[in-house]
Design a protein around this ligand. Structure first.
Ligand code: MN
Length: 393
């Protein structure tokens, strides 16, 4: 390795992404992050260092410049490729120079085609906080909350990659208890700090995915900012749930961290201690000890702990398919706002400011996260960033 080459570290987490182009090729390419370098997976496959998935009548996983084909390939393929990549980064000097890019050379794009997008509401602290703010005088938690992971279907077509600016939406909202709504730019633009799960292998329509089959279907984890216009949301959400207050944009991190890299981060979740309907019973329901951090204009405002969630990701997958609805390659489901028990651990500005302070035009919002990795290492889940553009005039 020469002095100018980016440093490949034997990072066992191996987050996957897609760069819009590499210096030698104007087409998008799948890359894997390893320390200060990004490895061009197609170039490694060309040398036989990583499997290509190609065969008689089959194009390879890395040909399309998207993660879609590799996600669809399923768990056996994921394990094989991750093993090959771990072996490759353990001997950086042996990597072909044209497979090693600097992180500053990659322009990360949305790495897979987002199929369906579902967002849950799996933090009890968040649900309690929101209930108190939105429905004062009523029970904070709805009666179904501890019996099923509440969710809604979002708009997959407006899921955008980290770095994409977000335009302040306009819509109907009601000021105090006025008789009529007003129309205009949201005055209460908020963030929701969340963790997302990326589905690789599809399920069959008509067949629920049991909690035990979670790892057969879910490839990895990303960070999510579920931008929310609280005034639009408050006026529209009853009785059918969030609609235009959420669907204008959802930002995701550019890197997808394989679930396999997060085994050391597993922690029990609170639903374990609850009497559940059989399809939600998991022997040891697990969450992840992901430490999140929300910054606005460079100032850290809050540090939500994903370890505090009530529902597990396997319970969320089992619930969204229990009626026979199928999941597809590229489905994204997010946890819902992550809020811990203390005021400096909440995952939204509505909670942080008690419904008084929201985003201004030009604000730069960043969510970052880390988790414990194997052998005392730290897994960097990267960041999801977005800045606020003024509303259309
Ligand atoms: Mn949300």
């Amino acid at each position: 390795m020469n002095a100018g080459q980016p440093v490949v570290s034997p990072d066992p987490a191996l987050p996957f992404g897609v760069t819009a182009s590499a210096w030698r090729d104007p087409a998008p390419r799948v890359v894997v992050r390893a320390g200060a370098a990004a490895l061009d997976v197609a170039a490694l496959a060309d040398r036989g260092i990583v499997s290509s998935g190609a065969g008689p009548g089959r194009v390879g996983w890395w040909q399309s410049g998207s993660l879609d084909a590799f996600l669809a390939a399923g768990r056996t393929a994921w394990q094989q490729v991750l093993g090959e990549l771990r072996a490759a980064v353990s001997d950086p000097a042996a990597l072909p120079a044209d497979a090693v890019l600097g992180l500053d050379e990659v322009q990360l794009v949305l790495p897979y085609s987002v199929a369906d997008y579902v967002d849950f509401y799996a933090s009890e602290h968040h649900a309690m906080n929101l209930g108190r703010i939105l429905r004062p005088g009523q029970p904070a938690l709805p009666p179904n909350w501890r019996h099923l992971p509440i969710g809604y279907h979002g708009r997959s077509g407006t899921v955008v990659v980290s770095g994409t600016p977000v335009r302040r939406p306009r819509g109907q909202h009601r000021v105090d208890d006025a008789d009529r709504p007003e129309f205009g730019p949201t005055q209460r633009l908020d963030v929701e700090v969340e963790v997302g799960f990326v589905v690789g292998a599809a399920s069959r329509h008509g067949e629920p995915v049991p909690v035990e089959a979670f790892a057969e279907h879910v490839f990895g984890v990303c960070l999510v900012n579920d931008w929310s216009a609280r005034d639009i949301q408050a006026w529209e959400y009853q009785p059918l749930g969030p609609f235009l207050g959420k669907s204008f944009a959802t930002s995701v991190s550019a890197w997808v961290v394989p679930l396999e890299a997060l085994e050391a981060a597993r922690v029990p979740v609170a639903s374990a201690a609850t009497e559940l309907t059989p399809y939600l019973r998991e022997v040891e329901p697990w969450g992840l000890d992901v430490s999140l951090e929300l910054s606005v204009n460079g100032e850290v405002l809050t540090r939500p702990p994903f370890s505090s969630m009530f529902w597990s990701a396997a319970q969320m997958l089992a619930h969204q398919t229990v009626n026979g609805a199928s999941v597809r390659t590229g489905d994204l489901f997010a946890s819902g706002t992550v809020s811990g028990s203390s005021p400096d651990e909440v995952g939204s500005l509505i909670e942080l400011s008690h419904n008084t302070k929201f985003l201004a035009d030009g604000d730069d919002v960043v969510i970052r996260a880390t988790a414990p990795g194997s052998d005392g290492t730290t897994v960097d889940l990267g960041e999801v960033r977005g800045s606020i553009l003024p509303a259309l005039g």
